[in-house]
Ligand binder design. Structure first.
Ligand code: PHB
Length: 390
C-alpha cells in the first residue's frame, strides 16, 4: 500500500517536472489577462480585450523571438476571484506578465502575488492613485482619478461654477476623485455644499439627485466607474436638474465613449476632464479608432480600450528590449521610463512611480458627424499623478 502510493507520488512528480520542462522549452511568452467579462463591469472587459487583441493583430505575435500567448480570464469583478485566477496563472500557466484589472479592489487583491512571484503586473484599467504603491512590480497604463479631477477643479471656478455638490462611487477611485477635486476647488475659492457617496454595486441615484436639487448648486461633480455613466445621465435629465440650472461636470468616466452616443442630446454641453476621447484629433488616434471599429462591429473605443492597447505596447517593447530573455525584474526595468505616442497623445511611464504621466484634456459633449463625442477644447500637459506628492 505504502509502496504503491510512493510510486504514484514519484510518477506525479515526474509528470509535473515534465510539464515544467515543456513550459520552459516551448518558447512561449504568456500574458495572463484578467478582466471583468461579465457583470456590472463587463464593458471594461470587452473594451480592454478588444484593444489587446487589436494590438496583437497589428504587431504580430512573435516578439523578441518569443511566441506571445494570451490567456484571458473572467474575474466577474470579484477581487477574491481575481486573486485566485492570478495565482493559478502564475503557478500553473507560468505566465510572464499579469495584465488587465478592471477595478481597484481586484488590482489591490492581486498585488501581493506580483510581489511574491516577481511577475510584472500591468494595470490597464483601474485608477485609484495608491495601486502602484501596493507592489513594486505594478506598472499602470490607464490613469489616476487625482490626475483627472484636479484639472476639473481648476477649470470650473474660472467658468462660473462657484458652488458644487460632489457625488461619487463609495470606493477607491470615487474617494480619490472627491478628495482631490474638493481640495483643489476649495483652494481655488469654490464652495462645496455637500459630498455624497453612492454604493459601488447597483447604485440608485434617485434619492441622491433629489438632495442635490434641493441644495441648488451651480454644478454637480460626478465620478462613477465606466459603465454607470448612462444611468446617472438618464436620472439627471429625468429629474430636470439641467432645467433647474444645475450643470453636470466630472471626470470623463461619466461621459464614457462606450455609452455616450446612446445618452441622447441631453448630454450635449457636459464638460469633463480626462486623458482620452475617441475624438482626440491626431492621425494616430484616427487610425486606432478606425481599426478598432472595423474589428469590433462598429464599437467605439473608450478610455479603457486605450489603457489596454498601450499596456500591450509597454509589454511588447519590454520583451523586445530584453531580446526575449527577460525574467520578471528585467521586463519590469524595461517597462519603466517608456515614452511614446499613444492614441491619447504623448505618454510616459515614470520610472520612479511606475505610473503614467500624460495630458489631461477638458472636453465638452458635442455633435460631430451626427454623433455625440467628448470634443477636447483645452490641454493640461504632462500631468503626473498628484496622489504621489503626498
Ligand atoms: C477603478 O475601480 O479603479 C475604476 C473603475 C472604473 C473607472 C475608473 C476607475 O472608470
Amino acid at each position: 500500500m505504502y509502496k504503491k502510493s510512493l510510486l504514484r507520488a514519484a510518477a506525479l512528480a515526474t509528470l509535473a517536472f515534465a510539464a515544467m520542462q515543456a513550459h520552459a522549452q516551448d518558447n512561449k511568452f504568456r500574458i495572463g489577462l484578467i478582466l471583468p467579462m461579465t457583470g456590472q463591469q463587463a464593458s471594461t472587459g470587452r473594451q480592454v480585450e478588444a484593444a489587446v487583441k487589436l494590438y496583437m493583430a497589428q504587431n504580430g505575435d512573435t516578439v523578441g523571438g518569443r511566441k506571445v500567448e494570451l490567456i484571458v480570464k473572467d474575474d466577474t469583478s470579484i477581487p477574491d476571484v481575481t486573486k485566485r485566477l492570478a495565482q493559478e496563472l502564475v503557478v500553473n500557466d507560468k505566465v510572464n506578465v499579469l495584465a488587465g484589472f478592471g477595478i481597484t479592489p481586484s488590482a489591490l487583491a492581486t498585488a501581493p502575488i506580483a510581489t511574491q512571484s516577481k511577475t510584472p503586473l500591468v494595470v490597464m484599467a483601474a485608477a485609484t492613485s495608491s495601486i502602484t504603491q501596493a507592489s513594486p512590480y505594478i506598472v499602470r497604463t490607464s490613469f489616476t482619478l487625482p490626475q483627472a479631477a484636479v484639472s476639473m477643479a481648476d477649470w470650473a471656478p474660472k467658468n462660473g461654477i462657484k458652488k458644487v455638490v460632489t457625488l461619487v462611487s463609495d470606493y477607491g477611485p470615487g474617494l480619490d476623485a472627491e478628495k482631490y477635486f474638493v481640495e483643489r476647488f476649495l483652494f481655488n475659492g469654490g464652495q462645496v455644499a455637500e459630498s455624497l457617496r453612492v454604493p459601488m454595486r447597483n447604485p440608485d441615484f434617485a434619492p441622491f439627485l433629489q438632495k442635490v436639487r434641493d441644495l441648488k448648486p451651480d454644478a454637480l461633480f460626478v465620478f462613477v466607474p465606466s459603465g454607470a455613466g448612462a444611468a446617472v445621465m438618464k436620472q439627471f435629465l429625468e429629474r430636470g436638474m439641467d432645467k433647474a440650472g444645475i450643470k453636470l461636470i466630472g471626470t470623463g468616466d461619466v461621459t464614457d465613449d462606450d455609452q455616450l452616443n446612446d445618452m441622447g442630446d441631453g448630454a450635449l454641453g457636459v464638460v469633463t476632464s480626462h486623458h482620452y476621447s475617441a475624438a482626440h484629433p491626431s492621425a494616430l488616434n484616427k487610425k486606432f479608432v478606425d481599426a478598432f471599429q472595423k474589428a469590433n462591429k462598429g464599437l467605439r473605443p473608450n478610455f479603457m480600450a486605450v489603457g489596454g492597447y498601450d499596456g500591450m505596447r509597454v509589454i511588447y517593447e519590454a520583451l523586445k528590449a530584453t531580446k526575449g530573455q527577460g525574467g520578471g525584474d528585467a521586463l519590469l526595468a524595461a517597462m519603466k521610463g517608456q515614452i511614446f505616442e499613444s492614441p491619447r497623445g504623448p505618454m510616459f511611464i515614470d520610472a520612479q512611480t511606475r505610473d503614467v504621466v500624460q495630458n489631461i484634456y477638458l472636453r465638452k459633449v458635442q455633435k460631430q458627424d451626427g454623433q455625440l463625442y467628448n470634443v477636447e477644447f483645452d490641454t493640461i500637459k504632462d500631468v503626473k499623478d498628484p496622489g504621489k506628492n503626498k
